[in-house]
Write a protein that binds this ligand. Sequence first.
Ligand code: ARG
Length: 722
Amino acid sequence: MKKFFLATSFCLLAAIALADEGMWLPFLLGEQVYNNMVQRGLKLTKEQLYSINHASLKDAVIIFGGGCTGEIVSNEGLIFTNHHCGYAAIAAASTIDHNYLHDGFYARSKQEELPAQNLYADFLLRIDDVTREIEDSLRGLTGEERAKKLQSVVTSINTRFSDAPAHVIGRVNALFKGNQYLVFVYQRYNDIRLVGAPPEGVGKFGGETDNWEWPRHNCDFSVFRVYMSKDGKPSDYSPDDIPLKPKYFLPVSIKGVKENDYAMIFGYPGATDRYETSFGVKLKIEIENPALVKLRDVRLKYMMEEMKKDPSVRLQLASSYAGIANYWKFYDGETKQLIKYHIYDQKKAAEQKFQQWAQDKPEFKNILSDWQRAYDAWRLYSMQRVYINEGILGSPLIAFAASLQQVENALVRQSAGDPAKAVASAAEVRKKFLKAENRPSDENILAAMTMMFYKDIDKNQRPIGFFENIKGSYGDLTSEDTYKKYAADIFAQTMIFDDAKWNAFVANPDASVLQNDPAYSYASAFLKNWQGKYISFFQDFNTKNNDLGRLYLKGIILMEPKKVRYPDATFTMRISYGTVKSYNPRDAVHYDDVCTMKGVLEKYVPGDYEFDLPPKLVELANKKDFGQYADKQKGDLVVTFITTNDITGGNSGSPVLNAHGELIGLCFDGNYEALSHKIAFDAVYNRTICVDIRYVLWCIDKLGGASNIINELKLVRLPATK
Ligand code: ARG
């Protein structure tokens, strides 16, 4: 019986499609990993993937605007990335009369392309290993001293590898929690222009409801272009600039995908913590995540209230709302999945195994007990930290007021910098703040966050006298009304909204005027309380956590020296490989590997905030007017697909490539069942959600009529059948 049981469970295991863990450094791709890729179907050589001397796939992959990935798809510097990566730039280019976010936008010629300030594209030039140099300079140092020295060494290496006039940027990156240091050298281009975007109802169809979920039906893409100076150099925006001639660009395949097809993703995953401890998981589940979610919940509610009232507020707050909502849902889901998959217990078991190995090794045997103590000491204050960052500073007014601390410092202590400079830069930041500010939602947020701090944070940690003063002037601290009146007064009286008062302050900066400003004194009360009494606990914890993390991983590597490992994501270029694959999210439920236009129409709710569609899309879809982008097998347009690849935030916009290195989609999300993926990769449930490139091209071509963009691409089709 037992034998039979074992045999069947083995078969079952084999039948479950396992996801492919690993975010590999392309320049350190070992034989084993490369061979696995070939076994999965890859038809390219290592040199074609990554080469320093020849054009290779890596040359087509860029950091897009600081937090996303993009890819070059034409010999004139055309970029594809996600709609949610271009979102802020599309919103910034929009007005109520020319609402590109709502209506979509396509430049019909290069003259119509719109300069996108604040965006840039970084191309990876090369990678050098500087571990030896850094370790030599840190020898014998521990704790705070080590951390300080590390910072200064990193800064000097960065400077050595950078060349500002040539727009070359060197950035040292700590891998394996500081057991390896690599410097990544990038070429930065600052002249980026918006070329095209679908209407929001298409690019973000399904909104927050569908975010982090499969099945999925939005076309998450936008199109930009990199420009360079006439003499072929990176430059800031200039009307004389010309399109970039890239080293390499990706051909685009409209051959389509089917289950088990090879899929490879090049990109910039931001952060994972796969070696997180049980202590860290516990703190996250019990304190950090629930606190963040609770505070964001309220902020989002007040923002949405105003966005629903007024289309101009909707446009104004759209990007900030999307950002807050994205990780509100993420952290809520992360907690649920960490609990569901018993990640705490898994971590405990791994730590027990480590402890057994470490028992007779002085360097390692106390790591876990020291770590536990560090967490115990920090836990008491960890909630306040979240409440400051996500609550008190969750009010945009207070976040701006908090930035004026630099001005105060410069005014009271000459050593803290030039007051005139500090004031001038504050005046610039204020302009941006006022442009983004929606007062009604912010006032509600300020009132609510103050009350939540009062109710939820240990009373011994409150700023001294702060709530007593509110009580004295506004009444009962358990009543919402009290905080509403208080917030209303701050908003009415601060010089931040009052040009006359603000200009007078700028003309004649005076510390006491700033200190008596109600918004500033509010921010300052919380900041000074935190900085005076609690920040040292955080710094102490952080130093220990970093030191112990580095040692722990060093030990793990020694314990299992043969195991092939990838470093945690650090927003450096990685390759992940896998296959197109369906899955079963729970008992008796099967999810297909692709979604189609049929499903878009099924979800369509005319007039809905999240599920409305442009009439033209509905019309074309009903006519099944899919042209060369139709999927012959499905008799429909495939809109999205899922793969077993290992990605995370930062990978958004990354190219999904087939076995020949042709673009088949853009990855844009992870699935709900695997939201614990930053801490523990789940081989059964993890999926990467991609928009099918055929849907992207259909949106550009059929829906947007921008054949000029299609003509620029190198399309790869199925051989014609007779
Ligand atoms: N969850 C996706 C990501 O982090 C998409 C985010 C944008 N969409 C949204 N509905 N907020 O890349």
